[in-house]
Write a protein that binds this ligand. Structure first.
Ligand SMILES: [Zn+2]
Length: 314
């Protein structure tokens, strides 16, 4: 099998996985491993026609009750102190930065970036998510190609947990150049296949999120891909306050994963309402606190559960 990142021609099957977290797709799904760049990927031609069905109803977060008000405060705090703080540290003093968050979901990042004074927009394919975002004029429900045709340009594009969902990541990153002014910035955050948690949990690692994650990158693979697509690497970050510890907890206790719980509730009853605060939510939060020092340690060793790369187009 041809590697979508480095073009190695003969990657072999390494894993066969089912949809462990949302149980939406019967599978099984074959993942090929590239010996040259260590990308673990699915055959794009095998899933191209079914990929839309991998995303369950209820995949988007919505506030609908007392428990979820607390959850919203928690999510906002995490995104503000993680992703937004990182962006603001890179663009200190730059007023009204025009930025686009691709795959913005219900647009937590866009909402907080607007509040911080950025000229923020989101791109999202899901109509449900765009309705939940409730930010008129700020969320494009369109494809990247349609934005290019409209002549939209941005100083910064963020891809937080989006690139691993792309069937053709190289062509995708090349195409994004048309949405950036020069010099422009690109932030890519993906799960790190070379992380310690990936090594510990193996096929049970949350970061694989099969079948939604089409390409699982090593740090080398994501840097190589960005360089090949014409971007200059500026910095790499191994710690993510929001994502790394959460991936550890969800790998160990998939039944406690909040998104997995919500998807199952929606499937059972048609509502994401949890009926108030649940023991499971407190248990998850407690485990997260316990896992944060471990996540900080693996990041300090350069083996964090995610990598966040800042690259520029000069
Ligand atoms: Zn490769």
């Amino acid at each position: 099998m041809h590697c979508p990142v480095c073009d190695y021609p003969d990657a072999k099957p390494e894993l066969t996985l089912a949809d462990r977290f949302f149980e939406t797709s019967p599978g099984p799904f074959v993942l090929y491993s590239c010996p040259a760049c260590r990308t673990l990927f699915q055959d794009p031609d095998a899933i191209r026609s079914s990929i839309a069905s991998f995303y369950p109803a209820g995949y988007w977060w919505k506030q609908d009750g007392r428990g979820s008000r607390l959850e919203r405060a928690y999510r906002d705090w995490m995104v503000r102190n993680d992703h937004l703080r990182f962006v603001l540290s890179l663009f200190k003093g730059q007023k009204r930065l025009r930025c686009l968050d691709i795959g913005c979901g219900e647009a937590t990042f866009v909402r907080l970036a607007l509040a911080a004074g950025l000229d923020a927009y989101g791109l999202e394919q899901s109509e449900d998510a765009v309705l939940l975002a409730d930010l008129p004029g700020r969320i494009f429900q369109a494809s990247e190609r349609e934005l290019i045709e409209k002549g939209e340009k941005f100083q910064l594009i963020t891809l937080f947990h989006s690139l691993e969902h792309m069937l053709e990541p190289f062509a995708y990153l090349r195409g994004l150049q048309k949405l950036l002014v020069k010099p422009g910035g690109l932030i890519v955050q993906v799960p790190n296949r070379d992380s310690l948690q990936s090594r510990v949990f193996g096929r049970r690692w949350y970061g694989l999120d099969c079948p939604r994650h089409v390409c699982n990158y090593s740090l080398f693979a994501v840097l190589y891909l960005l360089g090949k697509a014409g971007y200059r690497i500026r910095s790499v970050r191994h710690f993510s306050l929001r994502d790394n510890a959460a991936a550890m907890v969800s790998s160990l206790f998939p039944a406690l994963d909040p998104m997995s719980q919500k998807v199952k509730r929606v499937r059972r009853s048609g509502s994401s309402h949890s009926g108030g605060l649940l023991f499971k939510e407190f248990a998850y939060l407690g485990l997260l606190l316990f896992a944060q020092p471990l996540a900080a340690l693996e990041a300090a060793l350069g083996r964090g559960g995610t990598v966040t790369v800042y690259a520029t187009l000069d």
